[in-house]
Write a protein that binds this ligand. Structure first.
Ligand code: NAD
Length: 493
């Protein structure tokens, strides 16, 4: 399966996207651009500036100017009000943002609408949090008064992936701006359009120029320049684990604060006493949502052997019912992968699964029909009789592929769940609350759910153990990622 060359649609208008630097809509300094492609139609829909190190320098200067200027004198409550206006503007432009995202990455329109709504909710949450970032007084041994101050770090670099472009941006922007930092947001090259629109809406919301800058361009140049820049005090990154490792190396130069949300290989652990019908009804979405391009995807089903056959049958039946189709159709549940290149990568994994002896139960190929001919579609795919040492059980596929692995005892389930370098999320299905809690305590993951698949709550911490990341986004904990803690001791003598 090869990647066809994308071209503009005859007669269609191509969006001339610009970066946002110091409140201005600008091209890259050297004038270069890159094509932005709709993966469902394989057409070029926009041209975006191909930013590089010089553009990052310019953005860091603008962000530093903003940090030193008016912004630093804004009381926290004013930052909160601006975030509230930002949230309102996202709601006002919900349909526009959703259509843009769907056209850009092949995400079903219903999911894009859900994502845009969640962005508005995240900004609303941090609007309320802005004036709740405070220190403490500490009874130290000496007789004076000891107090702590929570202060913004300064210029922060926010590097985000293409699978949830707006949402990942909001998880970083919300707490960063609430805490009084200025930011440079770099979207992934596949998905620059909603980040640019967020930059424009931030200006409309009244954030001073330079508080939020958006630099588009490749990770290896623009992204690396942000991660290495001496003027950036912190880098927050979401993406692949290997990129996260590179960011840590680049950030070492000026000992930047680093927070990382990386890959996953999360388990769905199904015990024999679980509500198996409910598991099968709800769980296809835990791995096939966003075409499997989800860091929290439950891409391994660990199932107790006595119900293995029944669970595979129920899950396969539910998977066949998942509606794959045109991302712009509100009934579509699974659209396209982000690109043909990504589809090739996933198809290679399907091939590896077959070669390693796993049994293909559902999918494993693109859907048939003329309506699927132009897009990077792939059917939801279920492999049974997988062992934890196969590549499809070990590596993050980032596509609509799930591996079913049977187990005999709870201890074995926990061992298999933890036998991965990742530790992001997971679910536990059982009617026995003690077993559920024992398992939840033993699984080395940052976010777990019991008898459901939800991983993300705006108000609760989100992040990974082990090679799934460093730090916790969302909730009040995220503010710690964007503040320095200063201790001040006052001699009262
Ligand atoms: P990626 O690592 O390829 O790219 C992410 C971002 O980093 C992009 O903006 C990219 O341009 C930039 N980048 C790439 N190389 C860089 C470098 N050398 N220096 C600086 N920046 C660089 O990831 P992706 O393919 O866009 O996203 C998919 C990955 O993201 C998956 O592994 C997925 O699990 C992970 N993810 C994790 C979470 C989480 O919260 N844990 C959420 C979503 C996605």
């Amino acid at each position: 399966m090869t990647s066809p060359v994308a071209r503009p649609e005859a007669g269609a208008q191509i969006l001339d996207a610009k970066m946002i630097v110091g409140g201005e809509r600008v091209d890259a300094l050297d004038g270069q651009t890159f094509d932005v492609v709709n993966p469902a139609t394989n057409t070029v829909i926009a041209r975006a500036p191909l930013g590089g190190a010089a553009d990052v320098d310019r953005a860091v200067e603008a962000a530093q100017r903003a940090f030193d200027g008016e912004w630093s004198r804004w009381p926290a409550v004013e930052r909160g009000r601006a975030l509230h206006r930002f949230s309102g503007l996202v709601r006002d432009h919900l349909e526009e943002l959703s259509q843009l995202e769907t056209a850009n990455i092949g995400k079903p329109i219903a999911s894009s609408r859900g994502e845009a709504e969640s962005v508005a909710n995240v900004f609303e949450y941090y609007a309320g949090a802005a004036n709740k970032v405070f220190g403490e007084t500490i009874p130290v041994t000496k007789p004076g008064l000891d107090l702590t101050l929570r202060e913004p770090i300064g210029v922060v670099g926010l590097i985000v992936p293409w699978n949830f472009p707006m949402m990942m941006a909001s998880w970083k922007l919300g707490p960063a701006l609430a805490a009084g930092n200025t930011a440079i947001l770099k979207p992934a090259s596949y998905s620059p359009l909603t980040a640019i629109r967020l930059g424009e809406l931030a200006l409309e919301a009244g954030f001073p120029p330079g508080v939020l800058n958006v630099v588009t361009g490749p990770g290896g140049t623009a992204g690396a320049a942000i991660a290495a820049h001496g003027g950036v005090g912190k880098v927050a990154f979401t993406g692949e684990t290997t990129t996260g490792q590179e960011i840590m190396r680049l950030a070492a130069g000026n000992v930047k604060k680093v927070s990382l949300e990386l890959g996953g290989k999360s388990p769905n652990i199904v015990f024999a006493d679980a509500d198996l019908e409910r598991f099968a009804r709800e769980s296809p979405y835990s791995v096939f949502d966003n075409c499997g391009q989800d860091c929290c995807a439950r891409s391994r089903i660990l199932v107790e052997r006595s119900v293995h056959g029944k669970v595979v049958e129920l899950f396969a039946e539910a998977t066949r019912k998942v509606v794959v189709g045109d991302p712009t159709d509100p009934a579509t549940e699974v659209g396209t992968l982000v690109s043909f290149k990504q589809r090739e990568r996933v198809v290679d994994y399907i091939q590896a699964g077959l070669e390693e002896g796993a049994e293909l139960v559902v999918g494993g190929r693109p859907p048939e029909g003329p309506q699927f001919a132009t897009g990077a579609y792939l059917l939801p795919t279920v492999f049974d009789h997988v062992t934890n040492d196969m590549r499809i059980a070990r590596e993050e596929i980032f596509g609509p592929v799930v591996a079913v692995i049977p187990f005999d005892t709870a201890d074995e389930a926990i061992r298999l769940a933890n036998e991965t370098p990742y530790g992001l999320s997971g679910s536990i299905w059982t009617r026995d609350i003690s077993k559920a809690l024992r398992t939840a305590r033993a699984v080395r993951s940052g976010v777990l759910s019991i008898n459901c698949n939800s991983s993300v709550h705006t108000e609760a911490p989100f992040g990974g153990y082990k090679m799934s990341g460093i730090g916790r986004e969302l909730g009040m904990h995220a503010l710690e990622l964007y503040t320095e803690l200063k201790n001040v001791y006052i001699d009262l003598g």
